[in-house]
Design a protein around this ligand. Sequence first.
Ligand code: AHR
Length: 789
Amino acid sequence: MNKSAKVIIDINHKKFPVSPSLYGLFFEEINRAGDGGIYAELIRNRSFEDTIIPDRCEVDGCELHSPAGWVSPFEEAPGSIPGWHLRKDAQESKASISLDENDPLNSENSLSLRVEIEDVVDKGISVYNEGFWGIPLKKDEKYNLSFYAKKDGNFSGNLEITLENKKGEKLSSIPCEITSENWQKYELVLESTTEETESVLAFSTSDKGTFWLEFVSLFPQKTFMERKNGLRPDLVKRVADLEPKFLRFPGGCFVEGFSVETAYRWKKTIGDLTQRSSHWTLWNYRTTNGLGYHEYLQMAEDLGLELMFVVNCGLTCQGRPGEHIPLEDLDDWIQDMLDAIEYANGPITSKWGALRAENGHPAPFNMKYIEIGNENFGPEYNVRYKRFYDAVKAKYPEIITIWNTHWEVGTETKGLPVEIVDEHFYADFDYYVMYHDMYDTYDRNGPKIYVGEYAMILGEGAGKLKGAISEAAFMTGMERNQDIVTMSSYAPLFANVQHTNWTPNLIYFNGTNSYVTPSYHVQKLFAENRGDIVLESKVETENRFPSFNGGMSFREIDLPNIKAINISSEEKSLFRSEYLTKEQQATCLEWYGLRIGDSSWKNYTADMNAIIGPQGLKVRFLDSTKEWQQNYFLWEFDSNGENRLVHINGWSRVKLSPNQTLNVNPDGHHLSIKVKHDSLYCYLDDQLIHEYKIAKIPYLTTVSTLDEQNNEVIVKLVNASEHNLETMIDIDGKEKLVGKQIVLTSDDPNQTNTMEEPNKVIPFETVLQLDSNTYEIPSFSVVILKIAL
Ligand code: AHR
């Protein structure tokens, strides 16, 4: 059924210029975005280190246990050689391959591949590398092969190096003689006679003896801008098409690691490739760091992007849980950051600037932003943040620093100097649409906002058109408030379809192809259609009520502090107890504490006596969290009594009422929470402290900008409902709408794109020629109108 709506745009009320850096890239080494992704290296496990166990970690079966107790998959057995295989042309041949730690190439490359051939029958034996799920080749294109090799005195040294298809047919072949019993570098060029998506690189011989291989690398000559050690051009094009303005790198949690040894240290990622150390990532694979610090800087320069480097601030991922670098050891990490800035921006007369020049880039890269940490929090973060901040500002006052939290501006940053705060949102459809206006009420005098990570990841529609629509609704709010929301980046950017740790992402790829999600199209459309000035606009739309239900939950540490709890609904008692213990669990939520009630709980009153302890107090209600998919309201007290009402959805948070203060009574307080249809009330010692009317979910959200050069109004319209919306667009009383229309929609909001069908959900641009000012916005759609003035 069609519904009606109205958008009133006041072209005379120019609010503020658009933020030039609103849309940028979040690049993280996750999902094999780098190694096995945009980094064009074709050999997997090129220096045979993929199964090295990170220091201080232990492997148990297919699990890796970190020193702080985090458990993650470790799928390849330690000592195995992923990517590499031995092939004997005749079963009777006797040969083996193994990892060898004797005579390492250098201290950063501790392992090589030992190939021992005792007996050869028939044609011979081969060792081959299968690349990242096959080595893709293009007809008549050239590939630079380099490797280190040595042999023993028994081996002739004769090898044939080939690129072969799955059937073993040779697509390119070149003889090579290993001449030395010491490590020597070999460099050859292979040319493919045909196109092949899943070839292998083989080293074959029919002679007996032993030889060793180390650091085997194969790069297409046609990398992006033909740079050595470069990038996959097709994937770079995908990001360039997004018209981004900045590059945030290299993460994400990748920066943090789950242990000190798995944290990102940029100095280990520059210079000669064989001198770089690889390291295990918390995304369950080892990175070569071939795509290193210098390569990120170069990528940004080649794409014309501003640079944002995220530094580890002396904390590993606290959620996993983390390790804290002791404060007395922090100077090294701070110095690392200062050196990173000097490497990027310093003159060639400086130590690190000189190294940059030696690495082929005498001119500075002009890094603009440093983000201090990633998703770190708490007093451990605050103290480290301040030390990093002071150090940057003392030496590089022009660098803009970013506070890394995604929690609550104001509360956490209190008393600290903060220029930009990074907020992260991973939530469901309703969250993004419901809180599209959250920035309307943000403090204009506080720090600027960088929405550094967001994506609709929960519930129906994630990664599909529906997800993209909810993100678009939220983005209209970002654009309407881009006087404070100055930067943003969807996350994550890339995923190799063979190794996807996290979903959804913007761009999915295999060795040869890629496709993009509906969210990619939203990002691209919004970035391409910016305008110059944000205009005042109003929207009149129908909306729907979100539905919330669920019981109450308490942290384990709070349980002894809650007494005499009584929960009732319309005079009916739902739960009553003098004290709380974990054993009273009604439904299981192991990682939290105690959960009482279930999804049948909707309207209720909960009374209790509570002590606010040294860890504060958290009372969750209307809690419908399922496993890690969080959804609940929270009355949260800090230990000093400061308290607030918030909504948590996924890994996102929104504050629903202003912070309140309280003189904490060590003997406790009486708390009462009332849920009454769409209203929430929190009473403290019989006084109403927080009151909130649950927001409705609007059908239509919108933002309008003026494009001065083209003399047009750009109207972004997001219909997050199942209804077509007959929408009156009132631009100063204009009677006809003429210009262009770009529409992203589908008959099915759960439609998405795939490798096989990459164009199921794509935008269409057509001429707009309406004899009236009523425009029909299709259900579940994103529409951009460019209306001539
Ligand atoms: O974007 C994926 C992950 O989500 C990032 O690594 C981290 O910062 C966030 O939790």
